[in-house]
Design a protein around this ligand. Structure first.
Ligand code: AP5
Ligand code: ZN
Length: 215
């Protein structure tokens, strides 16, 4: 299956993607996680991305599209993938369409996670992620690690993302509404969008998502 996950910052895309990718046996490809891995490794790409991310803005397409395509061309993604955080504007969606067409494949669904803004703000404010792998995600009240400040998965140190400060979050939400939401209409015209509520317990949302994807 080839799936795109969309939703505002803090909707729970990364959290759900981990379970959905496992259930569907496809890799979870998160452009945000790829950027954060590049930043912690000190690569040129990471250096380019960091200032945009810290400002809550999108990293330029010429950096992002190539990185996403390279990841999608890896061997584990030939039979499908779950994209989280890409595409994030209409020109990225068009570039993805061109790449899929060249491989003679299509998307199966675009899963749109709907969450009210006040809930998103609570989720982001309490989020803590792992220094070793930003896909290891916790929350100070909703998903507490067994030992405070320590990742359950790998023992790494948990910290707050630089772009999770209140001011940056406000900017990210604005960017979501102006630049990312238009891709939902773009994909609606292709009949691909399934919208679900992302409220409730993590496992309830996963069950809802699986049911929607099976339809
Ligand atoms: P990215 O990393 O993609 O961030 P985002 O889209 O803002 O999404 P988040 O990671 O904030 O949230 P999420 O929906 O994954 O929520 P999570 O599961 O963590 O992008 C970061 C930046 O990178 C961008 O601003 C941009 O600069 C750049 N970038 C990335 N992709 C790009 C692209 N394609 N083009 C250009 N630039 C790009 O959950 C949030 C919290 O809530 C967690 O603490 C979790 O434990 C908790 N939680 C989850 N589900 C529940 C639940 N059901 N109940 C209670 N708590 C829950
Ligand atoms: Zn970890």
């Amino acid at each position: 299956m080839r799936i795109v996950l969309v939703g505002p910052p803090g909707a729970g895309k990364g959290t759900q993607a981990a379970f959905l990718a496992k259930n569907l046996s496809i890799p979870h490809i998160s452009t945000g996680d790829l950027f954060r891995a590049n930043i912690s490794q000190g690569t040129e790409l990471g250096k380019k991305a960091k200032s945009y991310m810290d400002a809550g803005q999108l990293v330029p397409d010429e950096v992002t599209i190539g990185m996403a395509k390279d990841r999608m061309e890896q061997a584990d993604a030939v039979n499908g993938f779950l994209l989280d955080g890409f595409p994030r504007n209409v020109s990225q969606a068009e570039a993805l369409d061109v790449a899929l067409k060249a491989d003679d494949v299509t998307l199966d669904a675009v899963l749109d996670l709907e969450v009210p803004e006040d809930e998103v703000v609570k989720r982001i404010a309490g989020r803590r992620i792992c220094r070793n792998d930003s896909a290891h995600v916790f929350h100070v009240t909703y998903k507490q690690p067994k030992a405070e400040g320590v990742c359950d998965t790998c023992g790494g140190e948990l910290y707050q993302r630089d772009d999770d400060k209140e001011e940056t979050v406000r900017k990210r939400l604005e960017v979501y509404h102006t630049q990312t939401e238009p891709i939902i209409d773009y994909y609606r015209e292709q009949g691909l969008v399934v919208t679900i509520s992302a409220l409730g317990k993590v496992e309830e949302v996963t069950a809802r998502a699986m049911e929607a994807l099976e339809r």
